[in-house]
Write a new protein. Structure first.
Length: 142
């Protein structure tokens, strides 16, 4: 029943939103593969491309946020904050919207390190807002 409802919701979306979710799924898969296989020092130059600008369309940011978070909830692999931020950055860059990629760290429970990634565009957090409160930014790209 749950799958039928999800398929119904997907089919009830506009064609453009369905394509955006499919793009998000593909980019989440690619981001997951990159995270698992490519050393971060090779990813850093790409993350610095398309620096943040204030000229991003609010509607575009919202559509990308919805597409990435919906896709991340429904893919069969672990699509946590890092691949989500990478996928959202690629989606926004394709549409001419610059963004800044942030990495942060903090301590949760005693002796437990927390790492988190988020993406900011147009002065707003696109993805990763949920865990930002518990971390301190340690790196910014773009």
């Amino acid at each position: 029943m749950k799958l039928r409802r999800k398929i119904g919701t997907f089919l009830g979306m506009s064609g453009a939103d369905r394509l955006l979710i499919c793009e998000a799924i593909l980019l989440l898969a690619l981001a997951r593969l990159i995270v698992l296989t490519v050393p971060f020092r090779f990813m850093a130059p790409w993350l610095s491309r398309a620096p943040e600008t204030s000229a991003c369309d609010e509607a575009l940011l919202l559509r990308v946020r919805i597409a990435v978070t919906a896709a991340a909830r429904n893919v069969p692999w672990n699509a946590v904050c890092l691949p989500q931020a990478i996928a959202a950055k690629a989606m926004l860059a394709r549409r001419g919207c610059g963004s800044s990629f942030h990495l942060g760290a903090g301590f949760g429970a005693p002796d437990k390190l927390i790492a988190h990634a988020w993406l900011v565009a147009g002065g707003r957090i696109v993805v990763g807002a949920a865990g930002i409160r518990d971390v301190t930014s340690i790196a910014r790209f773009g």
